[in-house]
Every structure is written in structure tokens, then in C-alpha cells.
Design a protein around this ligand. Structure first.
Ligand SMILES: Nc1ncnc2c1ncn2[C@@H]1O[C@H](COP(=O)(O)OP(=O)(O)OP(=O)(O)O)[C@@H](O)[C@H]1O
Ligand SMILES: [Mg+2]
Length: 134
């Protein structure tokens, strides 16, 4: 299987979370990590809308998928803002603050590029690792 890449913009409002998940599911049909990829993109799209300027009226975010035979790179580029993505320590009974923890748990690697003008939160999934654990 050859490497490929795909990107698509979504409007920064709630219906785009499902649309972004479906976009990734359609691109990755048949891949072992499609479920993890859907979950990660849902969390990152939700964060872009809720925590960045992408969620303002007229805002948008960009979902990118880069596929290699056994590895997948997912990225969500938002429109920035004052706050930065950070993983909260699990707090028993606490509400919220779990999305990036889920991303960090599922991904082989993940990180953030950018600044207040726009940030990409990215994650790498490994087909071989997923195959071994599921
Ligand atoms: N794209 C982003 N831009 C700016 N800040 C972000 C972004 N994503 C996450 N953050 C910050 O990192 C924190 C942790 O994100 P996380 O997704 O783990 O939790 P949450 O969104 O607050 O709650 P939950 O995802 O459980 O509903 C957020 O509360 C927010 O302050
Ligand atoms: Mg979140």
C-alpha cells in the first residue's frame, strides 16, 4: 500500500465533530486503527471548537490524515487563542479534562505545534502495536 495524505476544512461548530469523524472513518475503512483514529479526531475537533478561536462564529479547523503502510499521522489545525493544550492529571469523579489523556493513551506519539495564531495537535497511530494489543 502506498503512502497518501488528505486534508479537509470543517466549520468550527458542533456538527463538524461528527463530520470530521466520518471523514476519517471513510478514509481509513479497513484499517485496524480506524476506531482509535475516529476517537482521536473527535476529541481534537471538540477541543478546537471548545478551546480555540476555531469555535468563534465563522471559525474553522483543518483535519489532516497522512497514511503510511503501518503508521498513521492525524492532525487538527485550529485557529489558536490564549490557551494551550495540556494533559490534566486524572481526577477521580472530576468532570472534563480527559480528552487529551485519551489521545495520549491511544497514540504512539502525540504533540502540539504552533502558537496563539494557530495550533496543530497531532497523533501517530501504529498499526502493528494496535494489532498486538487488540
Ligand atoms: N486546541 C486547543 N487549543 C487550546 N487549548 C486547548 C486545546 N485543546 C485542549 N486545550 C486545553 O487543554 C485542556 C485539556 O484538554 P482535554 O481535551 O484533555 O480536556 P477538556 O477538553 O477540558 O475536557 P474533555 O475533553 O474531557 O471534555 C483543556 O481544558 C484546554 O484548556
Ligand atoms: Mg477535550
Amino acid at each position: 500500500m502506498s503512502a497518501w495524505r488528505f486534508s479537509r476544512y470543517f466549520l468550527g461548530s458542533a456538527p463538524s465533530i461528527t463530520e470530521a469523524r466520518r471523514f476519517v472513518a471513510a478514509l481509513l475503512r479497513g484499517w485496524p486503527m480506524v476506531g482509535d483514529a475516529e476517537l482521536i479526531v473527535s476529541e481534537l475537533a471538540t477541543n478546537a471548537i471548545r478551546h480555540s478561536a476555531s469555535g468563534r462564529f465563522g471559525g474553522r479547523f483543518l483535519v489532516s490524515v497522512q497514511a503510511h503502510p503501518d503508521r498513521l499521522w492525524l492532525g487538527v489545525l485550529d485557529e489558536g487563542g490564549p490557551s494551550s493544550p495540556r494533559v490534566f492529571r486524572p481526577c477521580p469523579g472530576g468532570e472534563g479534562g480527559r480528552g487529551l489523556l485519551v489521545v495520549a493513551t491511544l497514540a504512539l506519539d502525540w504533540g502540539v505545534w504552533g502558537d496563539e495564531h494557530g495550533r496543530t495537535v497531532w497523533a501517530v497511530l501504529d498499526a502493528a502495536l494496535r494489532g498486538a494489543s487488540s
